[in-house]
Design a protein around this ligand. Structure first.
Ligand SMILES: N[C@@H](CCC(=O)N[C@@H](CS)C(=O)NCC(=O)O)C(=O)O
Length: 215
């Protein structure tokens, strides 16, 4: 079978790639998925995106989207049956995603790899990350999802990073005083779209059969 689909370079455990895959699944846009390993990036990916991060999406016209938030937005702009990208949520969603990427992610990395950053203790890094989590908890006290009572792009943009934070030490995370956030994360981990987004694939090699990634 000869299928022409946009091509997504992805890495299963990467939170940025997770948000891109979630965006594509919620948009119901099939792509050809190429799983990579960070230690052995395919030359075909580096040729279209020399910065060497995943996710990378190459469209059928050859253009390349190499930022995860842009892939998510692009996908939902093409098709958004569940209205994740309603105009009314856009500015709040963009602000939350920007805070996640520019502020929370730094503390998350230091919390996860505290031994590489001896300037502060792991607990202090965790507490810095919790500043963002407290704000998410406040939003989830008001509504079932981060912006209102249905899933928006903010939820799928932020959730993979909260998951990573929780997985640094699950016992510690579930002991923190954020019951709404813990419930929200737990619901996401059991959500069928997230489960599908976490399907395992073998790393791609030239000549492999196309792997269609779709709902
Ligand atoms: N700003 C980028 C960041 C993507 C990113 O940093 N991805 C990591 C994996 S989680 C990566 O590819 N790192 C390259 C490497 O470790 O070599 C985006 O949003 O897509």
């Amino acid at each position: 079978m000869n299928v022409s689909l946009p091509c997504l370079y992805s890495f299963r455990r990467c939170p940025y790639a997770m948000r891109a895959r979630l965006g594509l699944l919620f948009a119901e846009l099939p792509v050809a998925l190429r799983e990579i390993t960070l230690k052995n990036k395919p030359e075909q990916m580096l040729a279209i995106s020399p910065k060497g991060t995943v996710p990378v999406l190459q469209l059928l016209d050859g253009s390349v989207i190499e930022e995860s938030a842009e892939i998510m937005m692009w996908a939902l702009e093409q098709n958004d049956p569940q209205k994740l990208l309603d105009a009314s949520v856009l500015s709040q969603a963009n602000a939350l995603i920007a805070r996640n990427d520019n502020e929370f992610k730094q503390w998350l990395d230091r919390y996860k790899y505290a031994d590489r950053h001896p300037e502060m203790t792991q607990t202090e890094y965790r507490q810095q990350g919790e500043v963002f989590l407290q704000d998410l908890e406040a939003l989830l006290i008001e509504n079932d999802y981060l912006i209102g009572d249905s899933i928006t792009v903010a939820d799928i943009g932020v959730m993979p990073f909260v998951r990573q934070f929780a997985h640094v030490d699950r016992e510690v995370f579930y002991d923190l005083p954020y019951p709404k956030l813990q419930r929200w994360l737990q619901d996401w981990l059991e959500h069928p779209v997230f489960i599908q987004a976490m399907t395992k694939f073998q790393p791609w090699q030239e000549g492999d059969e196309i792997v269609v990634f779709s709902v």
